[in-house]
Design a protein around this ligand. Structure first.
Ligand code: NAD
Ligand code: IPM
Ligand code: MN
Length: 346
């Protein structure tokens, strides 16, 4: 069983599109739809209601649209939509967030960067997802210094680092055998443990070449030499930021998928973009990121690599034939773009 969590903003639009494509390639799959995020707060005050969590824990895979939006973004709010997503990732034990970044030929001309800089870009970001500053304690506020102070804690255990680096090495072995570990070891103690652990783990994978890079210069190299990357492994916050930057290589945040995985086969699949409040309800959201996430689900959680490859090929064919949504300079809405992908499947 697959749980669909449309969530907020454009979430329902893009998850609906992914469902149409899934119905075409795997009509036998069974679904349940549940509430998460702001929609769930409005219903019962909890961004991850117990029934939603229970369904996700019992599912083979979960597809999520997005959570959050201006309605729930008051900095003083006690409950936030994003807390529901973080709790879900943690409860599912999906400690690695895989974010493949590929610039296909048809998109190279849409990038804000020169096409010759981005053509052929093909790397995988393995973002640690259930630790780091997103989950560290203590966090909160105090007034001990005589004024209000707020604090978060960035902390990593060796185990948390080792398991995600191990996964990155295994992916690299099936690719171009290069891992770039990204940290801020010149300043942060948690990054120094990250670097040390990455060395130890990669030493067990002699075919893999490991390089370290500081996150600030990595942000620049993504714009100047993105083709040099094969697998990037990094912490929760750095991975979040670098992948939105990487999305710009393709010309749109709307096309990048992600798979969040742990030790078993169950996974959480979501586009990397958010609820896009500025375009929500207009029927113009790019569905490609979510449809490509559904393909990752077919491969990683459902062991249907052929169906996954069929979707990926159809996306590439549709984009290659000039099917583009408005943020990429085309004129297609969500439905029409999905139609073009369905046509390309046939
Ligand atoms: P965003 O990703 O929602 O939007 C950034 C920009 O990209 C906007 O201009 C938007 O219109 C555009 N965009 C995003 N997805 C698109 C798509 N599929 N097609 C076309 N254009 C698209 O980021 P934001 O505005 O900073 O955040 C809005 C809300 O989304 C916040 O509450 C944030 O917490 C939440 N968010 C949720 C997730 C998630 O649920 N996984 C991820 C990121 C942000
Ligand atoms: C993402 C989002 C989330 C994150 C937010 C909504 C909690 O930005 O999935 O990239 O930071 O992980
Ligand atoms: Mn993000």
């Amino acid at each position: 069983m697959i749980v669909l969590l449309p969530g907020d903003g454009i979430g329902a639009e893009v998850v609906g599109a992914a469902r149409r494509v899934l119905d075409a390639v795997a009509p036998d799959l069974a679904y349940e739809t549940h509430a998460i995020g702001g929609a769930a707060i409005d219903e019962g005050g909890d961004p991850l209601p117990p029934r939603t969590l229970e369904a996700c824990l019992g599912a083979d895979a979960v597809i999520l649209g997005a959570v959050g939006g201006p309605k729930w973004s008051d900095p003083r709010a006690a409950v936030r939509p994003e807390q529901g997503l973080l709790r879900l990732r943690s409860a599912l034990g999906v400690y690695a967030n895989l974010r493949p970044v590929r610039v296909i030929e048809a998109l190279a001309a849409r990038s804000p960067l020169r096409p010759e800089r981005v053509a052929g870009v093909d790397f995988l970001v393995v973002r640690e997802l259930t630790g780091g500053i997103y989950f560290g304690s203590p966090r909160g506020r105090d007034t001990e210094s005589g004024e209000v102070r707020a604090f978060d804690t960035m902390s990593y255990s060796r185990t948390e680092i080792a398991r995600v680096v191990e996964l990155a090495c295994r992916f690299a072995e099936g690719r171009r055998r290069k891992v770039t570990s990204v940290d801020k070891a010149n300043v942060l103690e948690s990054s120094r443990l990250w670097r040390e652990t990455a060395e130890e783990v990669c030493a067990e994978h002699p075919e893999v070449t490991l390089e370290h890079q500081l996150v600030d210069s990595c942000a620049m190299r993504l714009l100047t030499h993105a083709r040099e990357f094969d697998v990037i492994v990094t912490s929760n916050l750095f991975g979040d930021i670098l992948t939105d930057e990487a999305a710009a290589l393709t010309g749109s945040l709307g096309v990048l998928p992600s798979a969040s995985v742990g030790d078993g086969t169950r996974g959480l699949y979501e586009p990397i973009h958010g609820s896009a409040p500025d375009i929500a309800g207009k029927g113009i959201a790019n569905p490609v990121g979510t449809i490509a996430s559904a393909a990752l689900m077919l491969r990683h959680s459902l062991d249907r690599p052929d169906a996954a490859a069929a979707i990926e090929a159809a996306i590439e064919r549709a984009l290659g034939a000039g099917a583009l949504t408005t943020e990429l300079g085309g004129d297609l809405g969500t439905e029409a773009m999905t139609d073009r992908i369905l046509d390309a499947l046939a």
